[in-house]
Every structure is written in structure tokens, then in C-alpha cells.
Design a protein around this ligand. Structure first.
Ligand SMILES: Nc1ncnc2c1ncn2[C@@H]1O[C@H](COP(=O)(O)OP(=O)(O)OP(=O)(O)O)[C@@H](O)[C@H]1O
Length: 252
């Protein structure tokens, strides 16, 4: 997948060290338009750290990432180009769902009606939108986070565990939404622990273990090489030597 000139996201040799601990080591992959790329790995493998570096929230120790040809922080009005959902629980708990979207719409210079469009799209009722997000379930927070990510009508989505906390109907909804987004030419990077979900939805896979990429390619090619075991077998085999690293989280 590397070296693809048409790629929407190019991750090039990204490395992150926390003191003597290397959380991400020389990670390279690309995310292309029209494709849902699944980013999978065990707990502590480096998925979130990689995604945080991609959007400028964590400074890399080495390497770089470009989104639509530029570093994320250099993008003009980034929310209108790249939708990001990294931690649905990070919302200000005292704001209502509507306030969260209205504030984001104002920052992006969008019309207020976009807020109602997003509420409809993600299935939050007007009454729910009037409640503070601190009272939301995780699934409702994920829906709001997806609404915020899509608010600016971006062409690229970077989503860390967006299906976490969604009920089966919510997962079904998310699957259709992301499929439509990609079929419409959008680029999606999606991390998930839900291997079955990734197996259904992803077109390409990037597997990370202990900060290093251990496999990448089309789902079809990777699973064909695996035989009957499916993604779960492949995941367990590839990441067996890359079990959870228990280095403590310090400061971001
Ligand atoms: N701010 C930090 N300071 C020190 N170490 C960190 C920090 N953030 C992450 N790490 C370490 O980096 C490694 C990768 O963590 P990361 O959160 O990226 O993994 P992950 O693949 O997203 O895991 P999970 O699936 O559990 O969310 C882990 O060893 C983690 O302890």
C-alpha cells in the first residue's frame, strides 16, 4: 500500500518514544480513497498513538504523516477536510450534544442547519441533543462524535474505535455509513478491537503489534493467505509475539 501517489493519508516511518519505551516504531502505510482501511492490534500495540500523531496531537519522535498531501496541522480548516474521532468520551461533559455540534460548526464556519442534519444522520433526537453529554451513554457519545467528524463534509475519516459501545443496530448503522462514505470516494482509517466487525467492513488491513506493522494488504489477500481461520486466527498468530506492553501512560 505504500508509495501510492493517490493516497489520502501517507504514514511514513512514524516513530514515538516515551523515554526509553518505544511505543511506535517505523510505521508506514497508506490509506486510499474509496477504501476502508482497518487498523488492528492488541491493547497497547500503538494504534491510538499512531492516530494521535497523524492529527498532530502527539508529536512524533521521527517520521511524518501527511493527510491530503500536508501535515494535518497545516491543513486549512481541517474539519472540512478530515473528520477525526479519537475519544468519544473526551467531550466537555457540561455541554449538550447540540452545543458540541454548534460550537464545532461555528469554528468551521458552517451554517447552523448542518447541526440538525448531523443529528438526523447519527440518530440523536432533538430531546437527546438538549441533554448534557455527561449523561450520554457511550453509544450516544460515539454517535455524537461521528456527527462531529462528518459535520464539515470531509473526504477523509480517522476514527479510533468508533463502534465501541454501539449496540448491534448501531454497529449496523455505522457499517452502512462508512461503506457509503467510502463508496462515494472517501478515505477511511478505522481502528477496532471488534475483529468480526473489521472483517466485515474493511477493504484493507494494517496489523500492528508492539509498535511495529506486522502485516498489511488487502483483506482478501491477507485472509486468502491465512486459510480458513479468518481474521481472528491471523490476528492471534501475527500478534502472538507482540503481547501487550505494560509501560505506564505518563503525560501526553
Ligand atoms: N502518554 C504516554 N506516555 C507514556 N507511554 C504511553 C503514552 N501513551 C501511550 N503510551 C504507551 O504506548 C504504547 C502504545 O499505546 P496506545 O495507546 O497507542 O496503544 P493502542 O494500540 O491504542 O492500545 P488499546 O487498544 O489498548 O487502546 C503502550 O505501551 C502505552 O503504554
Amino acid at each position: 500500500m505504500n508509495g501510492d501517489g493517490a493516497a489520502a493519508i501517507v504514514v511514513d516511518d512514524l516513530t514515538k518514544r516515551y523515554g526509553s519505551h518505544t511505543a511506535v516504531q517505523g510505521v508506514r502505510f497508506a490509506v486510499r480513497p474509496g477504501v476502508i482501511t482497518g487498523f488492528v492490534g492488541p491493547n497497547g500495540a500503538g494504534k491510538s498513538t499512531t492516530m494521535r500523531m497523524m492529527v498532530g496531537l502527539t508529536p512524533p519522535s521521527g517520521g511524518r504523516c501527511t493527510v491530503l498531501g500536508q501535515e494535518y496541522r497545516r491543513l486549512h480548516n481541517p474539519g472540512c477536510q478530515v473528520g477525526v474521532l479519537l475519544d468519544a468520551s473526551a467531550q466537555h461533559s457540561g455541554r449538550t450534544g447540540r452545543e458540541v455540534l454548534t460550537l464545532a460548526a461555528t469554528v468551521m464556519g458552517l451554517e447552523a442547519r448542518r447541526v440538525d442534519e448531523m443529528l438526523d444522520l447519527v440518530g440523536l433526537s432533538r430531546a437527546e441533543a438538549r441533554r448534557r453529554t455527561g449523561a450520554y451513554s457511550l453509544g450516544m457519545r460515539q454517535r455524537l462524535g461521528v456527527g462531529q467528524a462528518l459535520l464539515g463534509d470531509p473526504r477523509v475519516l480517522i476514527l479510533d474505535e468508533p463502534a465501541n459501545g454501539l449496540d448491534p443496530a448501531g454497529i449496523h448503522w455505522m457499517r452502512g455509513l462508512l461503506r457509503d462514505f467510502a463508496d462515494d470516494g472517501g478515505s477511511v482509517l478505522l481502528s477496532s478491537h471488534l475483529l468480526r466487525e473489521i472483517e466485515v467492513i474493511a477493504d484493507e488491513l494494517v496489523v500492528i503489534g508492539r509498535g511495529r506493522i506486522v502485516a498489511q494488504g488487502t483483506k482478501q489477500d491477507l485472509l486468502a493467505a491465512e486459510g480458513d481461520g479468518g481474521l481472528e486466527e491471523m490476528f492471534l498468530r501475527l500478534t502472538a509475539d507482540h503481547a501487550r506492553d505494560t509501560a505506564p501512560k505518563e503525560t501526553r
